[in-house]
Write a protein of this length. Structure first.
Length: 499
């Protein structure tokens, strides 16, 4: 008799098995074994969650700003106090090391704190006496039931980019987390109930494409928020838009780091290693390409390689620097790029395919990998590999480096390392990328600015969190008002004139 735990949906404030009998595996990537099963929702299961959100919406919409704010403050305190429990869940199901999991939660907490400041972002504007006795003012109101589809690489932080703002603004939510590491979403939903959130305001349904398509096509769902690969982001945007929904669709990336000859090479080497191999490279803001100017390339490669030799790969609970990849299939796919790189003429400086690990032999391991002299014609350069593979592309100087960055179909994040303020200022003006770091390798904006790239890294114009995040979850009404003087009288059938 099997004793494997099954992860249920969370619908209308309670655990729910749903009608579907389909389930999927949830692995411990550091052990390489299936540890749980997760329910995979049917279209009817998604509909049950949507209907629960729809029932909860009128009362939550009409709940006072003060009460909604109190719930978010309580959630913030509970999440902060129990962040260690959530970090352990992330490490168990995703594989990232405990310190990285704690950092993910801390960045998510920033958005919860922004949600606590909701009154300042949800108020309208007022213009008095635009015409004699006539005032115009705007109201910002919630859009209704909103859908959120989040990726495996940040099972806590990415949902936290969206649902706190959506809920604080008065919406109700159906969240579909990745089926690869789904427990964090249910854990946060339970915590929000403890914080005082009414049943049905936040619902969690697990699933695969069937669940996604059910959300995209559901007539009651007013908006979709998504983070994931570019092909799926494009599909989400086109499908949800065709169904009349608002869409936030953040796609993939191939982030470049340009290192100029005047840069502090020790700082640049540290940054390349930290940004390339943190979370095993499974970050949409990871640096995956270092554009090294020829005159300093050899020295930079040596410094990066030396630092990589000090990294430990292993079980995230043991104080290692880098954990496993999310699944065996993904590990094998990433590892397959190494032979391709050599065939394309690149130099494999550090081969991560047979790492010494502090962990179980069957874990989904791939050590930090460094490839030099990668041609831009290679798929190793072009593809979003999403693993611990750092490519070095050598360039003649600033102009060639900028041309390569701007020639990429992606435009999520980029960085320049230099001590030349003029070069940095020129780079930030000329580069066609949405988020830029100057001597900062992972330029993820703080919560009160908004996150989003350009080109194939963002479909539509709706960025995540910050002021743009609140705007997405609110719809605006403009009211033109005249309170008539008691002495007013007479008829005038002409078109209203400004007095």
């Amino acid at each position: 008799m099997s004793t494997t735990t099954t992860i249920d949906h969370w619908i209308d404030g309670a655990s729910a098995t749903g009608a579907s009998e389909r389930t999927g595996p949830v692995y411990n990537p550091a052990l390489g074994v299936e540890q749980k099963r997760v329910r995979l929702a049917s279209t009817d299961d998604v509909d049950a969650a949507v209907q629960a959100a729809a029932r909860a919406f009128p009362a939550w919409r009409d709940t006072s700003i003060a009460k909604r704010q109190q719930v978010m403050f309580a959630f913030r305190e509970l999440l902060n106090a129990r962040s260690g429990d959530l970090a352990a869940i992330l490490t168990s199901e995703h594989g990232k090391v405990t310190s990285d999991a704690a950092g993910e939660i801390a960045r998510g907490l920033e958005v919860v704190e922004l949600a606590c400041a909701m009154p300042g972002y949800t108020k309208g504007e007022y213009s008095e006496n635009v015409s004699t006795g006539v005032d115009v003012y705007t109201l910002k109101q919630p859009v209704g039931v909103v859908g959120i589809i989040s990726p495996f690489n940040f099972p806590a932080m990415v949902p936290l980019w969206f649902f706190p703002l959506a809920i604080a603004a008065g919406n109700t939510v159906v969240l579909k987390p990745s089926e690869k590491d789904p427990s964090a979403a249910v854990w946060m939903a339970e915590l929000l109930k403890e914080a005082g959130l009414p049943d049905g305001v936040l619902n969690v349904v697990h699933g695969d494409k069937e669940a996604v398509d059910a959300l995209l096509g559901h007539p009651v769902v007013r908006s979709i928020s998504f983070v994931g690969s570019t092909p799926i982001a494009k599909y989400i945007y086109e499908t949800a838009s065709a169904n009349g929904k608002r869409v936030q669709a953040l796609g993939g990336a191939k982030n470049h780091m340009l290192v100029l000859p005047d840069a502090d090479l020790d700082l640049a080497a540290d940054a390349a290693v930290n940004a390339g191999f943190g979370s095993a490279g499974e970050r949409c803001m990871a640096v995956s390409v270092v554009l090294a100017v020829d005159s300093v390339a050899d020295e930079l490669v040596a410094k990066v390689s030396e630092r990589m030799s000090r990294l430990t790969t292993g079980d995230g609970t043991r104080g290692c620097d880098m954990g496993p990849l999310i699944t065996r299939e993904h590990r094998d796919k990433v590892a397959g790029y190494l032979d391709v790189a050599v065939d394309d003429g690149a130099t494999l400086v550090v081969d991560g395919r047979d790492p010494e690990v502090d962990g179980a032999a069957d874990g989904f391991w791939l050590g930090p990998t460094l490839i030099d002299r990668v041609p831009t014609s290679s798929v190793v350069y072009r593809d979003e590999i999403f693993g611990p593979v750092l490519s070095i592309v050598r360039v003649a100087g600033y102009e060639e480096g900028l041309e390569i960055v701007n020639g990429s179909p992606y435009g999520n994040g980029t960085a320049i390392f230099t001590n030349d303020g003029g070069a940095a200022r020129r780079f930030q003006r000329e580069v066609t990328v949405g988020m830029i770091g100057i001597n900062v390798p992972i330029p993820v904006p703080v919560a009160y600015h908004s996150f989003g790239g350009w080109k194939d890294s963002l479909f539509g114009d709706a960025k995540a969190y910050g002021p743009k995040g609140f705007d997405f979850f609110l719809q605006e009404k403009a009211v033109t008002s005249r309170w008539l003087d008691p002495s007013h009288g007479g008829l005038n059938l002409g078109f209203p004139q400004h007095d």
